[in-house]
Design a protein around this ligand. Structure first.
Ligand code: FE
Length: 231
């Protein structure tokens, strides 16, 4: 497996490149529009063909590179059916398996940050988007956010994975790069260490976070796969 964790410093977004060594086929999870030229150079230098861009959800804080990559490289964009991005080539639901050469990804629907959030499970690692973050979670105060639903998604769909599964989140604001399911079950300050559903909901209600800086540009753009909305 070819694996790269990529970071967009402006929005603290992690993107992930995964490639099959045998077939040279690749996918990018949560690409960022402003980084598209970097991805193309990287794909070229690794001799990889980009088949898919996977979105963990419709982002409010950065613009996806999915539409641009589709235009430039012919890749197909993948998003959950409930995400509200009908521009995608493939709308997926819980349990769908996606094959990239020898790499198999399982879609796990993990709503709560948004309706259409998914995590992608691949071998020993899971890409959790903005559902489970390292020592945190996605916010639940806009985009159909629901703290109780997020608690259920994380505790049932992610904490049930093998303890040593690597957790790769959609963002990190503190320099963390990777965690494990065990680390989050035991140490996550929002919902680890047997935090109850009620406690988590109360914590999320009291966060009082600022309105996201880019949401008014990012949401409509991402509903059109990162390209300017038509009409
Ligand atoms: Fe998000």
């Amino acid at each position: 497996m070819i694996f790269r964790q990529l970071f967009d410093a402006q929005t603290h977004t992690y993107s992930y490149l995964l490639g099959c060594e045998r077939t040279r086929r690749a996918s990018l999870i949560d690409s960022v529009a402003s980084e598209v030229d970097t991805y193309i150079d990287l794909l070229q230098s690794l001799n990889l063909n980009l088949l898919y861009t996977f979105e963990t959800h419709v982002h409010a804080d950065h613009i996806t590179g999915a539409g641009l990559l589709r235009q430039k490289l012919g890749s197909k964009s993948v998003v959950h059916r409930d995400a509200g991005a009908m521009c995608a080539d493939l709308l997926v639901t819980d349990g769908v398996l996606l094959q990239i050469g020898d790499l198999e990804f399982e879609v796990r629907h993990t709503p709560g940050h948004t309706n259409g959030c998914v995590s992608y499970l691949m071998q020993d690692r899971v890409f959790t988007g903005d559902a489970l973050l390292i020592n945190g979670s996605g916010r639940t105060d806009f985009q159909q956010g629901d703290a109780g639903q997020l608690y259920d998604s994380i505790t049932k769909k992610l904490f049930s994975l093998p303890a040593d599964t690597l957790v790769y989140p959609g963002h990190d604001y503190h320099g963390n790069t990777v965690s494990t399911i065990k680390q989050e079950i035991t140490k996550n300050s929002r919902l680890g260490n047997n935090t109850s559903r009620e406690q988590f909901i109360a914590t999320m209600q009291n966060l009082k976070l600022a309105y996201p800086k880019f949401i008014d540009q990012a949401l409509p753009a991402n509903q059109s796969c990162g390209l300017m909305p038509q009409g």
